[in-house]
Write a protein that binds this ligand. Structure first.
Ligand code: ADP
Ligand code: MG
Length: 694
């Protein structure tokens, strides 16, 4: 790796030294590069900084001024208040910090301060800061008038004015070293609307206008997104390009009869997604595609067409489901759809008897069985195929990048891989999490569906909610009542839910058959309960676990969600998707306490039935940190500057660029890629290892 000045420890910078370097560690600053990337957290300019003369009682104001006088004032209540008089070129104002007498020792007369807070009336105008910062010490040069004013993240050990002083002395050198990190030539940068690295960092530290800081941020966001996409592209390369692909032969011998046999026309979205899948399958390179579609958007049919394309070209296709019950349901539905074609599908799960199992394994080995559905057991080593051409995986959220890699590496056949997900996520998030896959969106529901009606009810309306459930049960329908289970307080929650279950069973619905499903049950027990619900033996299902997998119980028409405020919107949407799967009108009732402050969020949810819209709201409300948190890798520490809601366009471009780079030069060995490789090795080594690429 080539040496860069930015790799040097921060202590070699002017005005830093070993002791101060140590105090920088708390801010995450160890090297010169860390310091350069320690950019301001807020910016003020004439539009946000108020001249003292303009301050009026009731305003929320930001003022910059010098301390003229100061002191601690005792009050009658015994509270000690630190006060300072701040002066700018238009006048003076009293600033008061109740209960912070110690500030008297920290601040000096002549210091330049930035304060933000409400202006109150107290023997005249008085500003009470929420936030205050020493910008410059007494005697030191203060802010230049008319410039943008930047405030850095600081700490007790490294106050604002220290950081400012260090940047004062070193910024030019740091910026000149930034060129050593640059991997985009001027032309490439400007074609993407990006600043050079050193321009971007200058804009962030010393913006001339507020927009400059945003342009600077965009360039650093680009870098983050681009390198993540390089990693994903390396995974993708290994999965799709490095291994030999399967070129499927499309004859329409099965596809056309299926079209004819289906009692409906495909939606436009289904047709588009199938076109994308067919193009992949009939090309030389290997398919590695994710289909995202809301519950009910018709993913199973799409999967079936893809499987028939493999089979009509004389290869085998399998579909894997996360549970036995789901596998059975898929097998039954697929079986019904292909019966008119004179075809059959085998079902292979753990509970298939020995003789049947042997028959299926033989069929798969000899090719006598072209189509099979099963659990993950289906692609174990013991199962041999004659010529496996396509693997469809249902419900990818249990299926991490490692498992995708394992599938991709499956030795003999290099089957095409199609992953179906019923958890819509915003495109930008999908590109980030699944950048190694190609994406298809089923963003349209078949016509004639009546969306699930959603209601929001206060806890004191619970009785009428139960009466409503009873009327639906009376009509022969089935219902769910779901309780949240948050891991930290799981025992308490579980207790609450079981008690509630007893109460519902003994007092509210004593004449109904009612079942309980919760996380402490074994997988087998869970399946048994689900099976009785599916068969109609249980009329009302009380559940604590999110009944996440896509079990279809078309007769279930009511979903009651207790403490709805404790669920994320995407989770609520998954739950709502459990009903509305049959012909009858379905209902989803959220019971929530408005005191919690999340009512607004729940109202937004009530008013939209589009899963992609729900996911976008979720991202907006909870922030990207949380969404990553819900995934397996935890919060993504590499996204400091990128904002998945704002930077989607940037992300799309970054993905295209990264794929082009990796496809043309998978080893990143070409001279123009040396710096990219250097960055990867120095900053993303853990990821390279995690993904098993390098
Ligand atoms: P998903 O798996 O995406 O939740 P399914 O594939 O289970 O959705 O389809 C839901 C229901 O809609 C099934 O009964 C299926 O037969 C039906 N369906 C699928 N595509 C269409 C279509 N284009 N028009 C009408 N009904 C459809
Ligand atoms: Mg499905």
């Amino acid at each position: 790796m080539s040496f860069s000045h930015l790799d040097r420890p921060v202590q070699f910078l002017k005005g830093v030294g070993p002791k101060r370097a140590e105090s920088f560690v708390g801010l995450g600053i160890a090297t010169a590069r860390d310091l350069l990337y320690h950019v301001p957290r807020r910016y003020d300019d004439a539009s946000t900084i108020h001249p003292v003369a303009s301050l009026e009682v009731g305003m929320d104001a930001t003022v910059v001024g010098r301390v003229r006088s100061k002191g601690v004032i005792p009050t009658r209540s015994g509270l000690r208040v630190f006060q300072a008089v701040l002066q700018d070129e238009t006048g003076m104002i009293t600033v008061a910090w109740p209960g912070q007498p110690w500030l008297d020792r920290k601040l000096r007369q002549g210091d330049e301060l930035l304060v933000t807070g409400p202006v109150k009336f107290f023997h005249g105008r008085q500003l009470q800061p929420r936030e205050s910062t020493v910008l410059a010490r007494a005697g030191a040069e203060g802010r230049e008038r008319g410039r943008i004013f930047a405030t850095y993240p600081a700490s007790e050990e490294v106050p604002q004015w220290v950081l400012r002083g260090v940047f004062e002395r070193n910024l030019e050198a740091l910026l000149s070293w930034a060129d050593e990190d640059e991997y985009l030539d001027a032309e490439a940068a400007s074609a993407r609307g990006l600043l050079s690295l050193s321009e971007a960092l200058r804009c962030l530290h010393r913006p001339e206008r507020l927009e400059d800081a945003e342009r600077g941020r965009q360039r650093l966001a680009w870098d983050e997104l681009f390198f993540l996409q390089i990693l994903q592209a390396l995974v993708r390369h290994r999965a799709t390009l490095a291994s030999p692909g399967r070129r499927h032969l499309r004859t329409n011998a099965l596809i056309r009869p299926l079209h004819d046999a289906l009692p409906f026309e495909l939606t436009e979205a289904q047709t588009r997604v199938l076109r994308e899948i067919y193009a992949d399958m009939t090309a030389d390179r290997r398919m590695n595609r994710l289909v995202q579609g809301d519950v009910g958007s018709g993913k199973t049919v799409v999967a079936l067409f893809a499987m028939l394309l493999a089979v009509e070209g004389d290869r085998q296709a399998v579909l894997m489901a996360p549970t036995e019950l789901l596998a059975e349901q898929h097998a039954r539905r697929i079986g019904e759809m292909i019966r008119p074609l004179g075809l059959d599908v085998a079902l292979l799960t753990g509970s298939v008897g020995t003789a049947e199992r042997r028959r299926i394994l033989d069929g798969l080995r000899t090719g006598g069985i072209p189509l099979a559905v099963g659990t993950h057991a289906l692609i174990q080593d013991t199962v041999a195929f004659q010529d496996l051409g396509l693997v469809v995986v249902d419900e990818q959220h249990r299926f991490g990048v490692r498992q995708r890699m394992a599938l991709a590496d499956s030795p003999e056949h290099h089957p095409d891989v199609l992953i179906m997900s019923a958890t819509p996520i915003p495109r930008s998030l999908a590109l980030t999490l699944y950048g190694d896959l190609d994406l298809s969106l089923l963003d349209e529901l078949p016509p004639g569906r009546s969306p699930v009606k959603t209601y929001l009810r206060l806890p004191d309306k619970r009785e009428s909610v139960h009466r409503f459930v009873e009327t639906e049960l009376e009509r022969g329908r089935q219902a769910y009542i779901v309780y949240p289970l948050v891991s930290e307080s799981e025992k308490v929650d579980l207790l609450a839910a079981t008690e509630e279950f007893e109460r519902l069973r003994n007092e509210v619905f004593p004449h109904r058959r009612i079942g309980l499903l919760h996380g402490q049950l074994s997988g087998e027990e869970k399946e048994r309960v689900m099976r009785s619900f599916l068969a109609g033996d249980i009329e009302l299902l009380v559940a604590t676990t999110v009944i996440e997998v896509g079990i279809d119980v078309p007769n279930a028409t009511v979903m009651v969600i207790e403490h709805a405020e404790r669920f994320g919107l995407s989770q609520l949407h998954q739950l709502r998707g459990r009903v509305g799967r049959g012909a009858g009108q379905s209902h989803c009732i959220l019971v929530a306490d408005p005191a919690d402050g999340s009512f607004q969020r729940l109202k937004l949810f009530r008013d939209t039935s589009d899963g992609f819209e729900v996911a976008r709201l979720d991202l907006e409300i909870r922030g990207q940190g949380d969404l990553f948190g819900a995934q397996q890798h935890g919060r993504d520490p590499t996204l400091r500057f990128a904002d998945l809601l704002r930077d989607e366009a940037l992300l799309v471009r970054a993905q295209a660029d990264a794929r082009r780079v990796v496809e043309s030069d998978p080893g990143l060995a070409a001279p123009q890629h040396t710096r990219i490789r250097g960055h990867l090795l120095s900053r993303y080594r853990d990821r390279l290892e995690m993904f098993g690429v390098g």
